[in-house]
Design a protein around this ligand. Structure first.
Ligand code: ATP
Length: 344
């Protein structure tokens, strides 16, 4: 729990990002009205700002965020007007990598009324390196993407995953392809085996990622916590999002366990800016709202986190649905339906 008012930076971003963020902001006001101390700063970074000014995330703004904020609530970035995705890379990847937000937590708990109710999977995805380290080259007839894995990042991610599996008394599975990615995934397996020896109470095993995907599709129920590198974690967590209703419902939280800077946590929905549905009121705000609950929990505001999660469950149980879940509510109607179940 912070000993000062939490300073939370809001970055709505692009496309569906601002639409779903608009449904998270009232939750901050609600938490404040219940006595939680927080200050909010809204930042303009995204495609509109980039196209108007040429700025992605200016160095001074990044430093102010890093040293002057406690947390970031993030919508989504990505815009067809910036086809190379440069601004998205320099905003979101810069925040993840610069702030060393190595642990990306993506829970999958299907909501009431959806298929697979009762399933409880959690993906721990390394968030700063691997194949997404943006190093490589393109030459005529040849293209190279480097995947760099370092022991501190691998160890921090796996330690968080082991701690979670122990707390939940559930199995832990490492997804890897060390049979072919002998160097990078060899490192993952070595550190994993070391931690298995240090945590004899955790039922842990490694699985080749292709076999794991097959097993998940056949029956996800035996799995609990799944740990993976950046690339595999991205793929596996989109699959687990599908188990819980699809991209619109999946939340995530990223944090730096070693707290190198004041700003050590970022909450964002798993989905991207969804340009195909943006601006039409079609985006489901549940992923964003549940990400806000994860942020509340991380800040030590457990009662608010539980109340938001319960409000989402109650709204779903009462039949509130956006179009992606077969209903007809708009983004803002869904947000209103959820807030209607919050305690005062
Ligand atoms: P990124 O690479 O940033 O993760 P992406 O290109 O994988 O993004 P998304 O923007 O996540 O793609 O969209 C993938 C699909 O999911 C699209 O069909 C989109 O309409 C749908 N989708 C994404 N977010 C939502 C949402 N909040 N509600 C409903 N559908 C969504």
């Amino acid at each position: 729990m912070l000993d000062h008012a939490a300073r939370i930076a809001l970055i709505p971003g692009d496309g569906a990002g601002p639409e779903v963020m608009a449904e998270a902001v009232p939750l901050l006001d609600w938490a404040r009205a219940r006595g939680r101390r927080l200050e909010v700063e809204r930042l303009p970074y995204g495609a509109d700002h980039y196209l108007a000014t040429g700025e992605t995330l200016p160095e001074a703004a990044y430093a102010a965020l890093r040293d002057g904020c406690d947390a970031i609530l993030f919508g989504a970035v990505g815009d067809p007007r910036v086809p190379d995705g440069r601004h998205a890379e320099e905003i979101l990847l810069r925040l993840r990598q610069g702030l060393e937000l190595m642990v990306n937590f993506r829970p999958c708990r299907p909501l009431p009324g959806l298929q697979r109710e009762g399933l409880w999977l959690e993906v721990y995805r390394e968030n700063t390196e691997g194949a997404y380290c943006l190093q490589g080259s393109t030459e005529p007839g040849r293209a190279v993407d480097l995947a760099v894995h370092t022991e501190p990042a691998v160890r921090r991610l796996l330690e968080a995953a082991f701690a979670r599996a122990r707390a939940r008394s559930c199995p832990l599975t490492l997804a890897h392809k060390a049979n072919v990615l002998k160097h990078g995934h060899g490192l993952w397996v070595r550190v994993f085996q070391e931690l298995c020896a240090a945590h004899p109470g955790v039922t842990a095993r490694g699985m080749h990622a292709d076999a794991l995907l097959c097993a998940l599709v056949q029956d996800p129920s035996p799995f609990g916590v799944i740990a993976a590198d950046n690339y595999l974690g991205d793929l596996i967590s989109d699959l687990t999002a599908a188990f819980a209703g699809g991209m619109g419902t999946a939340p995530s939280l990223s944090w730096a366990p070693h707290r190198p800077f004041r700003c050590a946590v970022l909450a964002e929905p798993v989905h991207g800016s969804a340009p195909d549905i943006a601006g039409k009121g079609l985006a489901n705000p549940v992923g964003m709202i549940l990400s806000t609950a994860l942020l509340f929990r991380h800040l030590g505001w457990e009662s608010e986190a539980l109340a938001v999660e319960a409000a989402v469950a109650a709204a779903m149980a009462s039949g509130a649905r956006t179009r992606d879940l077969g209903g007809s509510l708009s983004t803002s109607d869904m947000g209103t339906a959820i807030r209607g179940h919050l305690p005062g």
